[in-house]
Design a binder for this molecule. Structure first.
Ligand SMILES: [Zn+2]
Length: 368
């Protein structure tokens, strides 16, 4: 899948303290010339993967799939130390397991997103079956003045809390002492002073401004999922879990991507749901899995280039594929260029709706 749309940087980008993450970038301009920009806002693939994981767990819970203790709490601790596993197993009657096949049978999170377990010098590792690129701000793709523009968009907003009245210090001191003498408490002078200071501090905090950075930006990222590896344990000679459960997990892995497009990614959604914007999406799948990741949206012509690349691989491996493209502002020329790649082996269509005609058709093609 290749995605291009508005994301909330301040919520997705704060992996390190309060500083926005930036990286150097070389953009290719439309005429093919490289252009260097020293600092570009970026969101790590780890952050995107985390939001896919959360959507997957929520969908899996609805489907009645097995989920371990931490995954159920949407915390990506895959796996906790052995003693912690045994503790929660006893307490909540959940099951982890020792071998890879048991661990993936007992939790969709460990199965789809992988894990690393180190127990008494013995280590067991499962690679995640869902992989994400970094999300890169796309402003620099066509805009020569991008660097300055990008910084202007990051704004700090002062929020404030208000209660009707904070009592004066003298009043608080007097009432605190009256309460103490009523209870006949003979505490020391310092203890009294600490209690008063703490209380005053907390009262004052009921009325205060607090700053919060906000910004939205058009970002692009790509992601791939190896559905064939879901429910298969490589360290148990390719043993698989129940085929029906595998199918549910493969379907939910795709639906979790669709949920990411709702804007259900990033923290602080209760006060900064991204201003819903239009997006562009390319979603592709192949029967045997010999499919390259799409070209990243940092490249200006990524939709046409991705279709050509996927078709080229499909022909080499004789692997039937489906590609659906949704873009709100596509011109006739691009639409014709994309649809002219449609063939017996690769079904290419530009669609009007991203969900039913996009994700829905891909699920149908895969028999999910
Ligand atoms: Zn889990």
């Amino acid at each position: 899948m290749a995605y291009e749309g508005i994301l909330n940087i301040s919520s997705l980008n704060l992996e390190r303290a309060t500083e926005l993450r930036k990286m150097p970038m070389i953009y290719l301009t439309k005429d093919g010339k490289p252009r260097f920009v020293s600092e570009v806002p970026a969101i790590s693939g780890l952050m995107l993967k985390h939001w896919h994981f959360r959507n997957l767990i929520n969908l899996s819970r609805e489907a009645g799939d097995k989920i371990c203790f931490f995954c159920n709490r949407l915390e990506a601790i895959r796996l906790p130390p052995e003693q912690v596993q045994r503790y929660y197993e006893e307490l909540y009657k959940v099951k982890y397991g020792d071998k890879e096949i048991e661990l993936i049978e007992n939790c969709v999170g460990e199965d789809v997103h992988g894990f690393l377990a180190v127990v008494k010098g013995k280590s067991l590792r499962r690679e995640g079956n869902v992989k994400f690129s970094w999300a890169i701000a796309l402003g620099g793709r066509e805009n020569e003045e991008y660097q300055e523009e990008a910084y202007r968009r990051i704004v700090i907003v002062q929020h404030s809390r208000h209660v009707r009245e904070i009592p004066p210090e003298e009043e608080v001191k007097r009432q605190l002492e009256a309460l103490k003498s009523g209870r006949n408490e003979g505490s020391g002078k310092n203890e009294k002073k600490d209690e008063f200071n703490d209380l005053m501090k907390q009262l004052k905090q009921l009325q205060m401004p607090y700053p919060k950075p906000y910004t939205s930006e058009v970002f692009g990222f790509t992601t791939i999922a190896d559905l064939s590896a879901i429910g298969v344990s490589l360290t148990d000679n390719g043993k698989t879990i129940d085929p029906e459960v595998r199918k549910i997990r493969q379907r939910n892995t795709i639906l979790a991507y669709a949920k990411m497009l709702f804007g259900e990614i990033g923290a602080n959604l209760s006060r900064s749901l991204p201003i819903a914007g239009k997006f562009r999406l390319l979603i592709a799948a192949s029967k045997k899995g010999h499919i390259p990741p799409p070209v990243h949206p940092v490249y200006p012509n990524y939709l046409v280039e991705s279709v050509k690349l996927i078709k080229d691989a499909a022909e080499l491996f004789q692997d039937p594929a489906i590609i659906r493209i949704y873009a709100y502002d596509m011109n006739r020329e691009t639409k014709n260029a994309l649809e002219s790649e449609d063939s017996d082996l690769v079904d290419v269509k530009v669609v009007e709706t991203p969900f039913t005609e996009g994700f829905g058709k891909v699920l149908e093609f895969l028999g999910l």
